[in-house]
Write a protein that binds this ligand. Structure first.
Ligand code: TYD
Ligand code: MG
Length: 478
């Protein structure tokens, strides 16, 4: 067993920290920070309340467990069986995000805004796991919903042409009842839609509340570990991008995936944010169709088609990658330079001082005659650019608009600009570049000094162009 990490979690708002605070830094609750160990180990302690509740359906925990020799442990693991592969194009895409397939006994949390397609995704996953093309034939999978009736799920499955024999549906919100029902089926996987709707008898608070969500997740984790059955949990995400209720959830589970997508677009991204069994740099791209989610095998096409359709307006548009927590996002920056009349500067989503600095550097160090121009900047879709990593894209967008020269499609910019016009590296270069590559971008402009961080990356078809300063970038692109 690995060393477990201790965190302190506020029992009121779920804020977590590496150290104890008398007053919660987020909600100012007094004495609410409670010790919490990440991992499975903590289940043996601090679990007395649930012991009685869970005894009925879980095998007894062996109290006389002894330390095991490493070599004996490894002997028991058949490497080829360690991951359950998911078949088909869709399965391969999901499997990649999971780190190469489904690990037996793992607890996976899938978060996302309401309506993004979590239930759709899980129903499809449940179906391919139940069919088990690469797993030696069909086996039962139970899809439990606390949100919809089984008729509603049945209707959806019908529209998606899922007709798997071994897929079982069950509408329930009582965890004990759910896990009792699993005993009659020898399950290959269990899906709970959603963790915010289920509850445990004997635990205070309503479903969706901090203690219910936490205790239910712990019971489900224990179930997964004891039975070796992989369990998928669906979790709703709040506006701020966190899984609603306690962040503590993310500490308990083995894998956290986020599903993202714009309301107006049919594309959906599946991102791994935490993975105890693999890397978290994986990104899956899907398209929501009439019959469910389809894997997009060539994401560049999807981005190109959107951009090419309004190619006349492409001058003044540049793409960059920002980090939000551990997640990387691509955002578009628009610039508009208007000669003459007014020299006003309006910025939206970019810090005014930063924009002014970039404009000044472009004037002084790159010789752009922006003095007589009004410059407008906008970050598309209302995101605000708080990182210096977007500097280069801001500069490129301004140059493009000023020179009335559209940037080629499929190009991304990552880098900070210094007062001397030099391009500097920013944190998490590898992660940002990885996202650009995964999304099928043709070219990525990066700081010269960041070239060293590329060695371990699989760059695919993306061409990396390293530039020392703004002049060099302008010479290459314009
Ligand atoms: P859903 O999976 O219910 O979202 P969540 O569980 O995250 O709340 O998906 C809801 C949306 O997906 C809904 O707006 C309809 C759309 N959809 C399709 O476009 N095609 C489909 O085949 C299905 C099942 C849903
Ligand atoms: Mg749903």
């Amino acid at each position: 067993k690995g060393k477990s990490k201790t965190v302190w979690v506020c029992s009121d708002c779920g804020y977590d920290d590496g150290q104890w605070w008398g007053i919660c830094k987020q909600c100012n609750g007094v004495n609410t920070m409670k010790r919490f160990s990440e991992g499975v180990e903590h289940l043996t302690s601090g679990f007395e309340v649930l012991e009685n509740v869970t005894r009925s359906w879980l095998p007894h925990q062996s109290v006389r467990a002894m330390p095991t020799k490493l070599t004996d442990v490894n002997k028991g693991i058949n490497q080829s069986n360690w991951r359950i592969p998911l078949s088909g194009l869709f399965g391969a895409e999901v499997g990649r995000v999971l780190g190469g397939g489904l690990v037996p006994g793992c607890l996976v949390l899938i978060g996302g805004d309401p309506g993004v397609g979590k239930s759709t995704l899980l129903l499809q996953i449940a179906a391919i796991v139940a069919e088990g093309c690469d797993m030696g034939g069909p086996a039962p999978v139970l899809y439990v919903s606390g949100e919809e009736s089984i008729e509603q799920i049945g209707n959806r499955a019908d529209r998606m042409r899922i007709g798997t024999d071994e897929l079982f549906l069950y509408a329930s919100t009582d965890v004990e009842d759910i896990l009792e029902k699993t005993q009659t089926l020898s399950l290959r996987a269990l899906v709970i839609d959603s963790i915010q709707t289920v509850y445990l008898r004997g635990v205070t608070g309503s479903a969706g509340g901090l203690s219910q969500v936490k205790e239910c997740t712990e019971v489900l984790l224990r179930f997964a570990k004891k039975t070796n059955i992989p369990v998928f949990l669906i979790g709703h995400v709040t506006k701020s991008g966190e899984i609603a209720g306690p962040r503590v959830l993310e500490h308990i589970v083995d894998v956290v995936l986020y599903m993202e997508g714009e309301k107006c677009s049919s594309h959906r991204l599946l991102r791994s944010v935490k993975n105890r069994f693999g890397s978290t740099d994986e990104l899956g791209v899907f398209e929501m169709s009439q019959s469910g989610l389809q894997a997009v095998s060539n994401p560049s096409e999807m981005f190109l088609s959107e951009q090419q359709s309004d190619s006349e307006f492409l001058a003044g548009l540049a793409v960059t990658v920002i980090m939000d927590g551990s997640r990387a996002f691509l955002i578009e920056i628009q610039a508009l330079c208007v000669a003459g009349s007014s020299v006003s500067r309006q910025v939206n989503g970019v810090q005014a001082g930063r924009a002014e600095m970039i404009i000044s550097v472009l004037i002084k160090q790159a010789g752009l005659k922006l003095q007589e121009n009004g410059v407008f900047l906008n970050v598309v879709s209302g995101v605000s650019l708080s990182e210096t990593a977007g500097d280069l894209a801001v500069a490129a967008a301004i140059c493009s608009s000023f020179l009335e020269f559209p940037l080629p499609v499929g190009i991304a910019f990552i880098g900070e600009i210094g007062l001397g016009g030099e391009i500097r590296t920013v944190p998490r270069m590898d992660k940002r570049i990885n996202t650009v590559v995964k999304l099928g971008y043709k070219k990525c402009i990066i700081p010269k000094s960041a070239e060293t961080s590329l060695s371990a990356l699989d760059l695919g078809d993306t061409e990396i162009v390293a530039c020392r300063n703004l002049k060099e970038m302008i010479n290459i692109l314009f």
